[in-house]
Design a protein around this ligand. Structure first.
Ligand SMILES: Nc1ncnc2c1ncn2[C@@H]1O[C@H](COP(=O)(O)OP(=O)(O)OP(=O)(O)O)[C@@H](O)[C@H]1O
Length: 445
């Protein structure tokens, strides 16, 4: 975003001297259920660095853990595991006083900056509050500082005594930015700072953030679901899925040559202005799984268009493969229902699942499969029809599951300052890029 970034041409930061280092961060939200409830794995082992003066973007679908990651870095959430170092200091071990001091340096700007603020406070009081909390200099200088901040973010002196509800969305965001800047921080987490605003206002706020970064040497972490905003202003980007960072890399490289299947799918799901482009692009099937119960191996394996297959299944078309994946998903769901639920179903009480033969007909009826695959699918269908759902699940697992479903992939270095979590980067498999080209699919340009 700024010229002062330490990222080089490839977007690599000065690794010997990053401002923020996140290492193996985990934040789980415990279930409200007292017994047996699984926690939400909102952030699940995330590592990356942010260089001084850099704008680091975090993208991903709704609920993938972006906000929790931002709040965890700022120690606004109880972190379960991992370290966050800021300028070389591990802030996860700071006591209350140390944390209060450090918070001057690290601030957050929210999508709706007024949501957590007492609506009876005037704009001046809102911006001044952090100065009061930290007992910053004298009352007169605090007042002067607030005037200076209002002016710097494009508000007028008479706005001091107005209330935020008298303001437009863009002006309210300016107030939020002024408040975040009050204590002269070095690092700001911007959580969807423009997504609630009209496009014309978005550009103004982004320009303001860019100017402020340059003027004060700020380092930003920008959380956004709008990929065009990220592409426009971030030096590097991290792509998140179900609490994991799937790919990290310099923005332009990541957008033009994504290395991870999830990044590819996410980018190709962007509506293309030109209908001729990306006519056969990859689409993201379904919605992400429940973060209380993420898939056992690679978190993206249940939706991945590039999932590794057993060699004998390589020839199956995408449609055939997708139907099998859907069939397996449904059987897994049924197999995980409790004995009591299953007994109730048999007695015609409780949830009624669609008869499995009907499901099989709907999914596979119009498709052709090699004989051996067809036989397995028929056997699984009959097992479910006879009530042996677990056996059917195991049979399908034996036939179709691969490393993607059993093992969580490591973060592989994939060149030019990029890293990606995917088993396909291992030597014994074909790279996602090669696989895609051979399949003749669309690669985002
Ligand atoms: N306080 C909380 N208690 C329990 N679960 C939570 C809490 N906050 C978030 N979650 C859950 O944690 C997961 C990650 O949420 P988070 O808000 O971090 O995602 P996000 O990527 O920022 O989503 P969005 O783009 O919709 O804001 C979600 O499943 C969410 O429901």
């Amino acid at each position: 975003m700024s010229d002062s970034t330490t990222a080089d041409d490839a977007g690599r930061t000065d690794a010997s001297n990053p401002l923020v280092t996140v290492d193996g961060l985990r934040t789980y939200y415990e279930s409200e259920q007292l017994v047996g409830g699984k926690p939400v794995k909102a952030v699940d082992g995330v590592s990356f660095e942010i260089g001084r003066g850099e704008t680091f973007g975090i993208v991903g679908e709704s609920g993938c853990g972006k906000t929790t990651l931002g709040r965890s870095i700022l120690q606004l959430e109880d972190v379960d595991e991992g370290r966050v170092s800021f300028d070389g200091t591990d802030v996860t071990t700071l006591g209350r006083r140390g944390l209060k001091e450090w918070r001057r340096d690290a601030q957050m700007v929210y999508q709706n900056p007024m949501s957590s603020i007492n609506e009876r406070m005037t704009v001046g009081e809102i911006v001044r509050e952090p100065l009061e909390v930290h007992n910053w200099e004298t009352a007169a200088s605090r007042r002067e500082r607030v005037q200076e901040l209002l002016d710097r973010v494009g508000l007028r002196p008479e706005h001091y005594h107005r209330y935020p509800h008298q303001f437009s969305g863009g002006q309210r965001q300016r107030v939020g930015i002024a408040r975040a800047l009050a204590l002269e921080p070095e690092f700001i987490v911007l959580d969807e700072p423009v997504s609630a605003l009209d496009v014309s206002v978005q550009a103004k706020i982004l320009n303001l953030l860019s100017d402020l970064q340059e003027e004060f040497g700020l380092t930003y972490m920008l959380i956004a679901h709008d990929l065009s905003v990220v592409r426009h202003i971030c030096d590097r980007v991290g792509v998140m899925y179900l609490g994991k960072l799937m790919e990290v890399g310099p923005t332009e490289r990541l957008f033009t040559s994504p290395q991870n299947p999830y990044t590819r799918s996410l980018l190709s799901a962007i509506p293309q202005p030109d209908p001729d482009v990306g006519a056969d692009r990859i689409t993201l099937r379904g919605t992400p799984p429940n973060p209380r119960d993420p898939p056992a191996g690679c978190v993206f394996s249940t939706r991945c268009p590039f999932a590794i297959r057993q060699p004998e299944h390589e020839e199956l078309g995408d449609e055939q493969w997708a139907a099998i994946a859907q069939f397996r998903r449904m059987i897994r769901e049924r197999a995980s229902s409790t004995t009591l639920e299953r007994a109730k179903q048999r007695l015609g009480m409780g949830t009624q699942f669609t008869p499995i033969r009907e499901v099989a007909e709907d999914l596979f009826g119009s498709l052709t499969y090699p004989e051996a695959v067809e036989e397995t699918l028929t056997r699984a269908t009959e097992l479910v029809a006879d009530g042996d759902v677990t056996e059917a699940r195991d049979l399908l697992d034996d036939e179709f599951s691969t490393v993607c479903e059993h093992e969580s992939p490591q973060q592989h270095e994939v060149g030019n300052g990029r890293s990606s979590r995917c088993h396909r980067h291992r030597e014994e498999y074909r790279e996602p890029g090669d696989y895609l080209r051979d399949a003749g699919d669309y690669l985002p340009e």
